[in-house]
Design a protein around this ligand. Structure first.
Ligand code: QUE
Length: 350
């Protein structure tokens, strides 16, 4: 298959339509896909024939599972050049969407993780279905919740974004609506008709979404929101672990069990990333920070080992470089967050 077919970018009626088309990898993003999407978005930005941009995926499964993790790990084990190039291009795309002047819509009719969140979250309209599964699972493979996680997750109420980052929790449509990750819920069976209606009358999208709106049900995390607010308010990962241990509830024990499987190093990276992201003056500053982290983390043991254990060999038994959060030094974190040489720093598309 030619690389040019991994994502389909075309104008249908007055809609710029971007269809992720890498079904064998749950539409996980490659550098080439990010470049093609960026080129299309730049062309449509000033094209009076385009009223709206619509993101969807081909086939049945997935919206977008993340990034091309195997490539990133292979590159990271070597000189890391292709991994850095991927992040550079992907984050420029995330930033372009964040400030995009035309209405954008994403149909998240399936798995929406990592890179898929970076595409959908900046869109003005974010449609979840009963097939939507949202997660930022990166700390499970020694990576960190990038694509703007420092910005978006740190702005969620009650430390819920930090809980998502540290546990990699998978949530469904009702929780996505509660947290503003989705703006609308439409039953999967009605998505084809919704898309046809948007393509026919893109300027009526708000009315159409109201007409197609379904009921996503009760959001399960509402029941745990107070507990998350209380137990994830600590000023370090160690403090959060201590609070969970002291809580003595089934839910708290479950969170501890899950966090014990994640990379202690990248849980602490994520904690600092969200602290800094909360204070970033704009989205570009946040993305420059994430690029520094990404450039370092892809070359470290935990990422190479996490991908081996969870993605490649699937033994789900990674040996992390530090066994517990307490063992991760501030010096290690400082090195991961340090500025890059000025000619290697990330910058937005101009
Ligand atoms: C963490 C991640 C990813 C992940 C699992 C994690 C990720 C990613 C995929 C993935 C899943 C299925 C595929 C595929 C990729 O899984 O970024 O190609 O078919 O892309 O725990 O960050």
């Amino acid at each position: 298959m030619s690389e040019a077919q991994e994502v389909l970018c075309r104008v249908e009626g007055r809609v710029g339509r971007i269809t992720l088309n890498r079904p064998q990898a749950l539409h996980a993003l490659t550098t080439n896909m990010c470049r093609l999407m960026t080129d299309a978005l730049v062309a449509w930005r000033d094209d009076p024939a385009v009223d709206l941009v619509l993101f969807d995926h081909s086939g049945e499964r997935g919206f977008c599972a993340g990034g091309d993790i195997r490539m990133l790990a292979e590159s990271g084990a070597g000189d890391g050049r292709l991994a850095r190039e991927f992040f550079f291009v992907e984050y420029r795309l995330n930033h372009l969407l964040f400030h995009y002047p035309k209405p954008t819509a994403a149909i998240m009719d399936g798995v929406t993780m990592g890179g898929g969140v970076g595409l959908s979250r900046p869109c003005r309209y974010r449609v979840a279905t009963e097939r939507t599964t949202f997660a930022m699972p990166e700390t499970g493979i020694g990576l960190f919740p990038d694509v703007g996680g420092g910005w978006y997750l740190s702005r969620m109420p009650d430390h819920i974004g930090l809980w998502l980052a540290l546990t990699g929790a998978r949530i469904k449509a009702a929780d996505c609506e509660l947290l503003g990750l989705a703006t609308d819920f439409v039953e999967s069976g009605k998505v084809a008709d919704l898309k046809a209606a948007i393509l026919a009358e893109p300027t009526r999208i708000e009315t159409l979404l109201t007409e197609f709106e379904g009921d996503s049900g009760r959001p399960p995390i509402a029941q745990h929101q107070d507990e998350i607010a209380r137990l994830f308010s600590g000023d370090s990962v160690e403090a959060i672990v201590a609070a969970l241990e002291a809580a003595d509830t089934d839910w708290a024990r479950e969170q501890l069990k899950v966090m014990a499987t994640k990379s202690p190093q990248t849980m602490k990276v994520a904690f600092r990333q969200l602290q800094l992201g909360a204070r970033a003056k704009d989205f570009a500053e946040n993305m420059a920070m994430e690029y520094r982290i990404g450039a370092r983390v892809v070359q470290r043991h935990d990422f190479i080992e996490g991908v081996r254990a969870v993605i490649v060999e699937k033994d789900n038994a990674p040996t992390w470089s530090e066994p517990r959060p307490h063992d991760v030094s501030e010096a290690t974190l400082d090195a991961i967050f340090a500025p890059l040489p000025s000619n290697e720093e990330w910058s937005p598309l101009t």
